[in-house]
Design a protein around this ligand. Structure first.
Ligand code: FE2
Length: 248
């Protein structure tokens, strides 16, 4: 073999190797996309269209809660965890002394999933005994899906607002294992409070802010309120620092 033909031979072989390597990568990528991504992305896309309908008044708040819970009941948790790259997201978590740490998952850009979602999303990280402190919501619809660990979850209906108090009534009080979920709107189960029962516990949260134009956000309360007739409680409105000191 002359030196020229040897060089050509090497170039061709290298070219073939590169092609195979590239094909391999593309194939692996495609397999991953077709096997995993569409299910989780379709799930998120449905959540997005429901939330758009909620803001566009095509969907009533109670109906949004019902549909979101139905969708959450069908989630494939391992796929969702893979989609949000849960392992990487939670690899070096510095858990907070009180309350929840909010982590931001970067969603992969996938066909069929809008890059700009109408809802905000985050992953809450907590160690045992720490809580997403008791709070209600103004003009907001939210949902929790437990990703890992067990929680004690409580909800209350927000019945009435006074200047410094909120009248509430307990609605949900139970154990939430991974895959469990609950929703919040202005009309139903508006106040929630979740305490981690395990170290390294995580919640996937989505929130639709300003369901109607105007102010939106959390309102913290102290559930150790005055007991009223009919199972109701008259709870003090408190600020975030007070809530974390008492319950975080
Ligand atoms: Fe909340």
């Amino acid at each position: 073999m002359t030196s020229t033909t040897r060089r050509e031979f090497h170039q061709k072989t290298l070219g073939a190797l590169l092609t195979w390597s590239l094909l391999d990568t593309l194939f692996a990528g495609d397999a991953f996309a077709s096997d995993v991504r569409p299910v989780a992305s379709q799930w998120l896309a449905k959540l997005n269209s429901m939330s758009l309908d909620l803001k566009g008044k095509k969907l009533e708040q109670l109906e949004w809660q019902k549909q979101v819970e139905e969708l959450f009941s069908k989630v494939d948790l391992p796929e969702l965890l893979q989609f949000i790259d849960f392992e990487k997201l939670t690899a070096n978590v510095k858990f907070k002394e009180r309350g929840e740490l909010s982590l931001q998952a970067t969603l992969p850009e996938v066909e069929g999933l809008p890059t700009k979602l109408v809802f905000g999303h985050q992953v809450f990280a907590l160690n045992k005994g720490r809580s997403v402190v008791p709070h209600g919501h103004d003009n907001m619809a939210t949902a929790f899906l437990i990703l890992k660990g067990n929680f004690h979850g409580r909800h209350f209906d927000r019945l009435e607002d006074e200047k410094e108090h909120m009248i509430v009534k307990p609605t949900i009080d139970g154990s939430f294992a991974s895959g469990s979920y609950s929703t919040v709107s202005d009309l139903k189960d508006n106040v929630h409070w979740f305490t981690a029962m395990d170290d390294g516990a995580f919640i996937f949260n989505i929130h639709v802010m300003s369901v109607n134009p105007g102010r939106t956000g959390r309102v913290y309360i102290d559930p150790a309120g005055e007991k009223l007739a009919g199972d109701k409680l008259r709870c003090r409105k408190i600020n975030h620092v007070q809530a974390e000191t008492l319950y975080g």
